[in-house]
Design a protein. Structure first.
Length: 78
């Protein structure tokens, strides 16, 4: 029976850099969530509600809410 040996991998001398786009952005206080996924962050509740209402108007079936990270409160938009 013949045995096969796998070629040895060479050691990588330089560290692998992180891929672009794999870091988490700094999240603001008010987070716009569509179907429980954060899509954008805002500094004020009014800005978040305006953006959320525009999404809800264009796509009435999705669940749109604004999460206040400082008070841990979630507001559903109709």
């Amino acid at each position: 029976m013949a045995t096969m040996s796998m070629p040895k991998k060479e050691a990588v001398a330089e560290p692998v850099a992180a891929k672009a786009g794999q870091h988490r952005p700094t999240l603001g206080r008010f987070r716009l969530q569509v179907d429980r996924q954060t899509k954008a962050t805002f500094a004020s509740m009014d800005e978040a509600e305006t953006a959320g209402k525009a999404i809800k108007k264009a796509h009435p079936i999705v669940q749109v809410s604004v999460y206040d990270a400082e008070q841990s409160a979630q507001t559903m938009l109709d």
